[in-house]
Design a protein around this ligand. Structure first.
Ligand code: MLT
Length: 265
């Protein structure tokens, strides 16, 4: 892991391999280790870059307010600091996807391809956003137990619950070790994110949209609609997976990403 100084903070970044740059951006409230099985696979042929977003994992939170746009700007600054000048394939899961929309909007010169896993383009409803703000206030007072116990059962498909309890424990440990200040800041930032649905038709970059068959948070139906609204996107359902498809079904996810990256479009 390298520590990269950018602006008001330091980001912890795992880099492996050589080749075209492939950036993996984790979900909430997780860190780069959710991509371990992709890092191993793709570092054979790609320059894999897997940061911990500010405040998550081993990265510092910094002092600036957090938004999905500022997290996208952090990634662009990180790529400059790493001297990655070639446009990247950007692979984001859930919150990582919310950041991907902003990266497309603000740093399109740095973007070659998009891989959107288990995410959505729509903003929160007013009710959902209010719920996130209330959760942020409560967790700073009472800790993250309620959020983690509420979220964990929705992250994985039943098959994963039964077959791979260690994966779930590892995810729980990452969630439990995330600082409360970061979780609260990210909840507020997610609640404020803009609606990208009206802009999907403008996003002409070559895109792969992946979704776990049993994803309860961002559903197959919703992600199929996202892909259909984008002029150059294809959709792939990942059988036997929930919201954490790259963790739960790495072979199928890696195959889909590999086929997508190798096909010149
Ligand atoms: C994530 O996995 O990043 C979260 O589920 C995003 C969200 O809460 O909207």
């Amino acid at each position: 892991m390298n520590m990269i100084h950018i602006g008001d903070t330091e980001l912890s970044v795992r880099q492996e391999g050589q080749g075209p740059p492939l950036l993996f951006v984790h979900g909430f409230p997780l860190d780069h280790t959710m991509w371990n099985q992709q890092i191993t696979e793709f570092s054979r042929d790609y320059h894999v870059i897997a940061p911990d977003l500010r405040g998550f994992g081993a990265s510092a939170l910094g002092s600036e307010p957090m938004s999905m746009a500022s997290l996208a700007d952090d990634l662009a600054a990180m790529l400059s600091a790493l001297q990655v000048t070639r446009p990247v394939a950007f692979c984001g899961l859930s919150m990582g996807g919310y950041i991907a929309w902003q990266f497309w909007d603000r740093h399109s010169d740095r973007l070659d391809k998009l891989i959107l896993c288990d995410t959505r383009a729509a903003a929160d409803s007013a009710e959902a956003a209010q719920g996130r703000r209330e959760t942020a206030t409560r967790l700073l007072r009472d800790g993250a137990g309620e959020l983690i116990e509420g979220m964990l059962p929705k992250l994985f498909a039943n098959a994963t619950d039964n077959a791979a309890p260690k994966l779930i424990q590892a995810t729980r440990r990452v969630m439990e070790s995330t600082q409360l200040q970061t979780i609260a800041a990210a909840l507020l930032a997610i609640a404020e994110r803009p609606d990208f649905e009206p802009r999907l038709a403008e996003i002409t970059v070559s895109t792969l949209v992946l979704c776990g068959e049993h994803d309860l948070i961002t559903t197959v139906e919703e992600m199929q609609q996202v892909a259909a609204a984008m002029p150059n996107a294809r959709f792939k359902k990942i059988g036997g997976a929930g919201h954490m498809a790259p963790v739960e079904q790495p072979a199928a996810v890696n195959r889909a990403i590999c086929e997508f990256l190798e096909r010149r479009v």
